[in-house]
Design a protein. Structure first.
Length: 268
């Protein structure tokens, strides 16, 4: 396992994410139907089409590495438990944002090794913006065909923070966290873009005090960590993947520095 370099697949995975993004935009730019899954979350033909593109191309790229996608998540844990390395995919993260046509949706592809994300690509189709990283190899972003830019978190040691909040899922716990912080600026955003704002130094902290799934966070977590930030549960431990339940715990995304954001968490 230690001889494997995930970076050899990074360019190919970026191209796969871009192909899925083009497919998503084909649907985005016309009328489409919205269905709902058993858990009442929305589903569109863009979700399905992106899933098919990503899974088929990842299987062609790495036939020996299994793929777990949000749209094929019914793989039982007895099977997944034997996976030391696998692709974790959200073909269209931010379906609500897609339906609302605000452009804040992403394609997320991560490679998980020994429960940790070691490669991550987050593609934002509307502005053609790609965030990507490999563990130990830095984080980067690129808009369209423009020059690639290194991405680093900023350092926060006190003062007036910039806080990222969910556009679709803010709740009373997040409101309490914001009240406890005191004076702050807030940026509302959808999908994995919230984590990427911290990764690129545009925000200091993102509290996610509500439910997410593993495919929502894995790719962006890799970008944040490679950019010098942290994605930790409320016990200050990094998020891990391929758990029996694919539901994430509540978590904080934070930039550089030793500032104690946890003290602002609402009492249990």
């Amino acid at each position: 396992m230690t001889d494997f370099n995930p970076g050899v697949h990074l360019q190919a995975v970026r191209e796969i994410a871009h192909a899925a993004g083009r497919c998503i935009l084909d649907v985005y730019e016309r009328e489409f139907k919205v269905e709902h899954k058993e858990d009442r979350t929305p589903l569109t033909e863009a979700d399905r089409a992106a899933h098919e593109i990503i899974v088929s191309q990842l299987q062609a790229l790495t036939p020996d590495i299994p793929v777990l996608s949000e749209e094929s998540a019914a793989v039982d844990y007895d099977t997944r438990a034997g996976w030391k390395r696998f692709w974790l995919v959200d073909p269209l993260d931010g379906t609500k944002e897609f339906i609302n046509r605000n452009g804040e949706f992403t394609v997320n592809i991560a490679l998980i090794e020994e429960s940790r994300p070691v490669l991550g690509v987050v593609y934002v189709p509307v502005p053609a913006l790609t965030y990507y990283a490999c563990a130990g190899q830095g984080a980067y972003k690129q808009k369209g065909e423009c020059a690639v830019q290194p991405t680093r978190v900023r350092r926060f040691d006190g003062g007036k923070p910039i806080v990222v909040a969910s556009r679709s899922h803010a709740g009373k716990e997040t409101e309490a966290f914001l009240k406890n912080i005191g004076e702050h600026d807030i940026v509302s955003m959808g999908s994995a873009l919230k984590l990427c704002l911290v990764a690129e130094g545009a925000a200091d902290v993102y509290p996610r005090l509500g439910p997410t799934m593993e495919w929502d966070t894995a790719a962006a977590q890799c970008v944040v960590e490679a950019a010098g930030g942290r994605v930790t549960d409320l016990h200050r431990q990094p998020l891990v993947y391929n758990k029996p339940s694919l539901l994430n715990p509540w978590f904080l995304v934070s930039a550089a520095g030793d500032y104690d954001w946890y003290r602002y968490l609402p009492a249990a």
